[in-house]
Ligand binder design. Structure first.
Ligand SMILES: Nc1ncnc2c1ncn2[C@@H]1O[C@H](COP(=O)(O)OP(=O)(O)OP(=O)(O)O)[C@@H](O)[C@H]1O
Ligand SMILES: [Mg+2]
Length: 236
């Protein structure tokens, strides 16, 4: 679904944040980016969504080399949902329901489909009771769930979650875990970042360990037995 070849990325010239990234994110799987604060998880996820442009190397989406032309960016916008680490920059509607409907309304769908998809997403995220509230007034755990619902309502084939467990209580974390597995089982490609090892392990996906902007190791759940790797990546 996503492929990065010899990719480098810098925000400021000569200060590389991501170095020599070679990565293939498979379709219909859960891929989990793991690493300490500041190692480049969010930067990498924003490359996959096309928010960050690769500074060097090549980026492919569904085998198409992305050169950031208008139609290519449009494809990324439509096909890839993105839940930001900070829900405050994601929520824009005057109330929760219109916030959720904002994305679907831009999809050239019928009014019935917009309503149905928004309703379904609100049910999945347990926020129906919040639908007439002002997003800015919600608790952080509630904001996180509204942000997720807003993306689910657009029914994208790939969904990127940046630190989705932050602010969620244990009950909501468990619901999120089940939702991620369900989304995968119904054919969606999921990419997420976290430094929560316990949460990550339960997803049984492909793990990509990053340290100072470089991929250290990639593999399955067996990697969590490698204590040296966890120590090196400052995870527990
Ligand atoms: N807009 C920016 N301009 C310059 N440097 C930036 C910018 N955004 C992030 N950085 C730097 O890039 C590095 C990687 O940041 P990033 O947000 O990708 O880390 P992260 O792994 O997501 O961390 P966290 O676990 O804290 O979310 C950090 O050193 C950060 O200071
Ligand atoms: Mg981050």
């Amino acid at each position: 679904m996503f492929s990065l070849k010899n990719v480098e990325f810098w925000y400021e010239k000569n200060i590389p944040i991501l170095k020599d990234i070679n990565l293939n994110i498979k379709e219909k799987e859960i891929s989990i980016i793991m690493g300490e604060n500041g190692c480049g998880k969010s930067t990498l996820l924003m490359l996959l969504k096309g928010i960050n442009k690769v500074s060097k190397g090549e980026f492919f989406f569904k085998n198409k080399n992305i050169c950031y032309k208008k139609n290519e960016k449009r494809k990324l916008i439509e096909s890839v949902g993105y839940i930001f680490q900070d829900p405050d920059i994601q929520l824009i509607g005057p109330d929760v329901e219109s916030d959720i409907e904002f994305g679907p309304l831009n999809m050239e769908w019928s009014d019935e489909k917009v309503k149905a998809k928004s309703q379904e997403a609100m049910e999945m995220c347990d926020i129906l009771h919040l639908k007439s509230k002002i997003p800015q007034m919600l608790s952080y755990g509630e904001k996180r769930r509204v942000a997720i619902a807003g993306v689910l309502a657009m029914d994208p084939e790939a969904i990127i979650f940046d630190e989705p467990t932050t602010w969620l209580d244990p009950y909501q974390q468990k619901k999120l875990k089940n939702m991620l597995i369900e989304l995968k089982n119904t054919g969606r490609t999921i990419v997420l970042s976290t430094h929560d090892v316990n949460f990550a392990k339960e997803l049984n996906g492909t793990y990509i360990f990053i340290k100072r902007g470089e991929i250290v190791k990639e593999g399955g759940i067996e990697l969590f037995q490698d204590e040296e790797l966890l120590d090196y990546c400052r995870l527990r």
